[in-house]
Design a binder for this molecule. Structure first.
Ligand code: HEM
Length: 474
């Protein structure tokens, strides 16, 4: 392991801030690492390096550098780093954390086929999402306009969409076991970029220290995998070969077919890892986006009013939204895009690594170097965005009010490893957001304004807040 991550710094390696002996630049990452990295890029350039306690990472900042590497050198920047933490968690198998190669290709293809052909297992996916939207708004209604923290409800509703694909079923909002699993899993998403995680990657022997947040991370992971193993077993009962009901059946069919093939990437273990990764990658991100969207609607009533006006003119009060309505709702689209830009749900993307030695902007980057994509710096890149620190959906509209795509918009990243769930996430965000705002007016409890400071982790989420969802009179 050590040999894989302890990188040589060759001649021509990107420069970076001076490291402290032994721990390098780890301490600088304790608060808002994405902001720290953008500031450093103003000193050292768009491509610079950090010392993470004896091994080096290259940080890519701004749209131009990220496009140059992830798109123009797509094959080179498509690996994941063999960090001790990832090795311990998924042995670099599964899907999201898999090494670039055949195993990753097979797992990615299998998952995207399950998304695409969902409709042939059941009803079309957008209709199933709409059914979930109804459970969601009915559950909000139970609060009768009184203040509540929407975190759990949004998490339950959103995770049910991946549950449908993976298990063929939604779980009711009182399923405590599943909710507990999601809770400790998302705690791990937070811990994965804590100082302790960086320390563990630099000094894996701290595994034997009896204290430290990394221990919590290991305990959580063990519980999550144990839960997933049981639930996978339960949902695979009654499987009939060639008639998959959901992703798990599909996976197990592949596993059966590859029995005896020594090189196969399919295994019970990799099934558990990929199920876990799909659940958390699908839930944490989309949930956080919707929670930020709710918060910003209550914070800016004038923006919320424009959303209501558009919903009323396209849908009225009775008709449920459908994906076909999307192109007639440019303002809603602009709001959701601005939430994704401004809130930076995955500020540093998911760590990448190089598959071979390469040269970028005159810098030498050896094979196996860890690469951090600062997606936040793309969304706040002054070359592409005017006044990036202001929340303004109008930047996604032309003078006639039509929606316009913007180039430097990469919430789902770019290149071979770009988000597998982008299409699904866009469907979910649109349908949940429109269904909710068609029925409710969102406002903070009188006299309160929640903090806008994000809670730090692999993903950025709002701190817990209370909101009132008041039924609209149309
Ligand atoms: C990867 C963002 C929703 C599944 C990623 C990456 C980002 C991202 C930034 C890193 C790509 C890279 O390595 O550069 C988001 C955002 C979402 C979202 C902002 C919602 C608003 C989803 C959903 C799913 C999903 C709904 C699936 C159910 C994945 C997977 C990967 C990934 C499997 C790893 C891809 C690979 O390594 O090949 N996502 N995501 N994501 N996402 Fe998403």
């Amino acid at each position: 392991i050590r040999q894989l991550v302890k990188q040589r710094r060759p001649r021509g390696f990107p420069p970076g801030p001076s490291p402290i002996p032994v721990i390098g630049n780890i301490m600088s990452l304790a608060t808002e690492p994405h902001v720290f990295m953008k500031k450093q890029s103003e000193i050292h350039g768009q491509i610079f390096s950090l010392d993470l306690g004896g091994y080096s990472a290259v940080v890519l900042n701004g749209y131009d550098a990220i496009r140059e590497c992830l798109y123009h050198q797509g094959d080179v920047f498509s690996d994941r780093p063999s960090l001790p933490l990832f090795m311990k968690m998924t042995k670099m198998g599964g899907l999201l954390n898999a090494k670039f190669g055949n195993g990753w290709i097979e797992h990615r293809q299998l998952a995207s086929n399950s998304f695409r052909y969902f409709g042939s297992f059941q009803k079309p996916l957008d209709q199933k999402i709409l059914e979930e939207c109804m459970f969601f708004v009915d559950a909000i209604d139970e609060h009768k306009g009184k203040p509540f923290n929407p975190k759990h409800l949004v998490t339950n509703a959103v995770s049910n969409i991946t549950n449908l694909i993976i298990f063929g079923e939604r779980f009711t909002y009182d399923n405590c076991d599943f909710q507990h699993m999601i809770e400790i899993f998302s705690e791990n998403v937070e811990l994965a970029v804590s100082g302790w995680a960086f320390l563990y990657n630099a000094f894996p022997w701290i595994e034997y220290l009896p204290f430290g947040k990394h221990q919590k991370l290991f305990r959580n992971a063990a519980k999550v995998y144990n839960f997933l193993e049981q639930i996978i077993r339960r949902f695979s009962e009654g499987r009939v070969c060639n008639f998959p009901r959901h992703y798990i059946d599909d996976y197990l069919n592949k596993l059966d077919k590859s029995a005896g093939d020594l090189g196969t990437p399919y295994s019970r273990e990799n099934l558990i890892y990929s199920v876990g990764e799909l659940i958390i990658a699908g839930t944490e991100t989309t949930t956080n986006t919707l929670r930020w969207a709710m918060l910003y609607m209550a914070l800016y009533p004038n923006i919320q009013e424009k959303v209501h006006t558009e919903l009323d003119s396209v849908l009225g009060s009775e008709k449920s939204p459908s994906l076909a309505d999307k192109k007639r709702m440019p303002y809603v689209e602009a709001v959701l895009h601005e939430v994704l830009r401004f809130c930076n749900i995955v500020p540093l993307g998911i760590f990448r690594a190089t598959t071979q030695d390469t040269l970028v902007s005159g810098y030498n980057i050896p094979k196996g170097t860890m690469v951090i994509t600062n997606l936040y710096s793309v969304h706040f890149d002054e070359k592409y965005w005017c006044d990036p620190g202001t929340f303004s959906p109008h930047r996604f509209l032309d003078s006639n009010g039509n929606f316009v795509r913007r180039e430097a918009f990469l919430p789902f990243s770019l290149g071979k490893r770009h988000c597998l769930g982008e299409h699904l996430a866009r469907m979910e965000m649109f349908l949940f957001f429109t269904t909710m705002l068609q029925r409710f007016h969102l406002q903070f409890p009188p006299g309160t304004v929640p903090s806008l400071t994000p809670k730090l982790g692999m993903t950025l989420q709002p701190l817990p807040y209370s909101i009132c969802a008041v039924r609209r009179q149309q």
